[in-house]
Design a protein. Structure first.
Length: 136
């Protein structure tokens, strides 16, 4: 003898898990796009290579590929981890040793990205859960 509605409840939980996964993927794209813009606003420009080199990656794919292949960030194979940044050889020098006022540009930009990511994840998860609750 089974519990009445147990099958329906289990399907609802499966739908919620699927929805959360979709929400995470959507959030990663939104955070990647907006995060790139936020980092670029703080990035100093000399030749423009550093500012144009930001990429984001998750699920084995690199998005917004840079002009120079070697500038792309480490490719994340995980669906649950995203990397956003640059692999430009001189980015650390600009971050830590610049004497023209641009030192700390990545740190400043990263704080903005983290604030945005926290809001985006929360909002997207809520939207996904609301969609699933309406379907149950």
């Amino acid at each position: 003898m089974g519990l009445i509605g147990l099958d329906k409840a289990l399907r609802a939980f499966d739908n919620i898990e699927s929805s959360v996964n979709k929400s995470v993927q959507k959030s990663f794209h939104n955070i990647g796009k907006e995060g790139k813009k936020l980092l670029q606003t703080e990035t100093p420009v000399d030749t423009g290579r550093l500012k144009a080199s930001y990429t984001y990656t998750f699920g084995g794919k690199v998005y917004d590929k840079p002009r120079f292949k070697e500038d792309a960030v480490f490719v994340s194979q995980s669906e649950r981890k995203m990397f956003l940044g640059t692999n430009t050889p001189y980015s650390a020098t600009v971050e830590y040793l610049a004497r023209n006022g641009s030192a700390g540009y990545f740190y400043r930009g990263s704080k903005k990205v983290i604030n945005y990511a926290e809001k985006e994840f929360g909002a997207e998860i809520k939207r996904g859960l609301k969609r699933d609750i309406k379907r149950v």
